[in-house]
Design a protein around this ligand. Sequence first.
Ligand SMILES: Cc1cc2nc3c(=O)[nH]c(=O)nc-3n(C[C@H](O)[C@H](O)[C@H](O)COP(=O)(O)O)c2cc1C
Length: 207
Amino acid sequence: MKVLLVNGSPHPSGNTFTALNEIARTLQQEGIETEIFNLGTRPVRGCTACGNCKTKNPGRCIFDDDVCNSLSAKCASADAFVFGSPVFYGQPNGALMAVLQRILYSNGQNLQYKPVANVAVCRRGGATAAFQAMNMMFQMMNMPVVSSQYWNIAYGRQQGETAQDIEGMQTMRTLAYNMSWMLKKLHHDGTSDLPKSEPWAPMHFIR
Ligand SMILES: Cc1cc2nc3c(=O)[nH]c(=O)nc-3n(C[C@H](O)[C@H](O)[C@H](O)COP(=O)(O)O)c2cc1C
């Protein structure tokens, strides 16, 4: 079983990485493979709502000039995810949201039913709003959201300061234990049974 941890921060060794690394380290102790993927600093497009991923180019975003489709393929082969974001103006950082919206819209079928969690890291405020904004996406994608002993938030400003947030770091480890437990329960019988699902019943007055 493999958990993919995506660091939305432009800083590959910053506070978001520090929080994700605590989760990855704990998952590894639990016998689970991990990969931390840094989104980096290269430009990421927003979704243009062109619809090509539903028609001409199913499962892929039409734009191949950024990280979207390669990260999307990584997501398709992972068993669970943790998306980590620094808090920017009380929200997740723009690049992470842009790529997540495109991946979920173009390739959501390969992420659904896989456990997911998100982590928000800030200097002082806005972490719960950012945390909630990310959860809004997962909760409408049939993705079981893994919880912890508290909301998955941690504090820090200078590089690595988050390591001093003792309660934040414990929250990350508890999240990892809970994700490990959920993954083992889901996969223990070796089957890939999924819950029942119905054909989509759209609102009759808004298409
Ligand atoms: C553009 C920008 C906006 C920010 N907005 C907030 C904010 O709203 N609240 C806050 O507490 N920190 C804010 N910060 C600080 C970062 O969230 C904080 O330094 C975080 O630890 C950075 O994580 P990183 O090291 O992984 O990049 C902001 C930083 C930047 C660059």
